[in-house]
Design a protein around this ligand. Structure first.
Ligand SMILES: *[C@@H]1O[C@H](CO)[C@@H](O)[C@H](O)[C@H]1NC(C)=O
Ligand SMILES: *[C@@H]1O[C@H](CO)[C@@H](O)[C@H](O)[C@H]1NC(C)=O
Length: 382
């Protein structure tokens, strides 16, 4: 066909009408054999007319086909917005996916770009922890750190296992940054539990923060068996976590667990806190990942994450980013033995419930101290 048909049905309908036109022309040709020159001229005119007609009709159907095509696209988009569980494979992605085949190196979020200001170099060698809890926290949020120091970080020995809690911070971007930095140094002299790197500490830089945590674990704490990234506004039942990690069927390698997120759509609404532009992550659905409030992993993984992150374009959703690292490594998160132990929403304090879970999201540092004190008072919780 002279026009590369855009839609299949417009091509077939044009072909049908052309066949009919050709039949008509043949009939006229046979007739014309017996007619005069004048009639042949008339016939030529007719042929021209027929050709013009077929051209214009196929153009119209082509237009119709294109409009339908656009409609289909819009319809597909609507399905994706409504149906959160659509498989990514059904959606043609126009941009190459996150993992470039050419081995493009994404250095922006790569932790080797940043340098430790405080790294507590010796802390893992001297304490030799079984489990390291890494808590990303805003530099000025000393209240959150103090609440954690009084509660789940207070006991360094849990069921005979050494547990170490460290706080991860970037640089403050506030006016009083210099003063704050001096305070942080004093705080670290007192507690030896701050890890600070020289990236700008901000919400959009959370993936950098997570990757710097992974870098620190991979370079300063290789002997620990497990680590956890846990947010500073969490209730953490550390006893239950250590119990979980000592179960015989918990893998010692390639293990990542927490609250699993399946088939989560990428948020494309610009007003959302979780907005991710298509240039940063083109696929509409994230691979399975563990919710960022608290995920636990075998300590062989941090070095793998750091290495693979060079090939994965960074974006601001740190937990989904770790999910993408896992997928690229050929791994997947594992459901915890009891998934109800990882809870994202706090429905109010209940001593019995808090004695059974591992994580809860809390409202404030005071809540953490209050609930913890109540949970630890003598007497059976249930
Ligand atoms: C921290 O733990 C010790 C025992 O290891 C206990 O004596 C102390 O009261 C605890 N501190 C707080 C603030 O709970
Ligand atoms: C993230 O950190 C980098 C390095 O410090 C900084 O240049 C950039 O402005 C930060 N981005 C945001 C959004 O804060």
């Amino acid at each position: 066909m002279c026009h590369g048909g855009r839609a299949l049905y417009s091509m077939s309908s044009t072909r049908g009408s052309l066949i009919r036109h050709i039949r008509f022309i043949c009939l006229l040709l046979i007739l014309s054999l017996f007619q005069s020159w004048f009639q042949l001229l008339l016939l030529l005119c007719l042929v021209l007319f027929v050709l013009c007609y077929s051209l214009s009709s196929s153009y119209v159907s082509r237009l119709k086909g294109f409009a339908l095509h656009e409609q289909n696209k819009r319809f597909l988009n609507q399905i994706h917005q409504v149906h959160l569980t659509t498989q990514p494979s059904t959606v043609p992605s126009t941009v190459p996916s996150t993992v470039p085949s050419t081995g493009i190196q994404y250095h922006q979020a790569h932790p080797h770009n940043y340098h430790f200001i405080m790294d507590n170099t010796e802390v893992c060698k001297t304490k030799n922890p079984f489990l390291v809890l890494m808590v990303p926290v805003a530099p000025n949020d000393v209240a959150a750190r103090d609440a954690i120091r009084q509660t789940w970080a207070n006991n360094s020995l849990v069921q005979g296992k050494v547990v170490l809690t460290l706080f991860m911070l970037g640089l403050s971007n506030r006016d009083n940054a210099e003063q704050l930095q001096e305070k942080l140094k004093q705080e670290n002299l007192q507690h030896s539990d701050l890890i600070q790197s020289d990236f700008m500490d901000s919400y959009l830089n959370l993936t950098i923060k997570t990757m710097v945590i992974m870098d620190w674990l991979a370079t300063h704490c290789t002997t620990a068996a497990y680590a956890m990234k846990v947010d500073s506004d969490m209730f953490l039942n550390i006893d239950n976590l250590v119990t979980l990690l000592q179960k015989p069927d918990i893998p010692k390698q390639n293990y990542l667990t927490g609250m699993l997120m399946w088939n989560r759509p990428v948020i494309r609404s610009k007003n959302s806190k979780w907005y991710v532009p298509e240039e940063m992550y083109p696929d509409p659905i994230y691979p399975t990942y563990t919710l960022g409030m608290g995920y636990v992993f075998s300590n062989d993984l941090p070095a793998e994450f750091v290495a693979i992150s060079k090939l994965i374009k960074p974006f601001n959703i740190e937990d989904a980013y770790i999910g993408i690292c896992m997928k690229k490594l050929g791994l997947a998160p594992t459901s915890p033995p009891d998934p109800s132990q990882f809870r994202a929403y706090n429905t109010g304090y209940n001593r019995c419930e808090y004695s059974k879970t591992i994580t809860y999201i809390l409202g404030s540092a005071q809540q953490l101290v209050q609930y913890w004190t109540d949970l630890k008072k003598p007497g059976p919780p249930c």
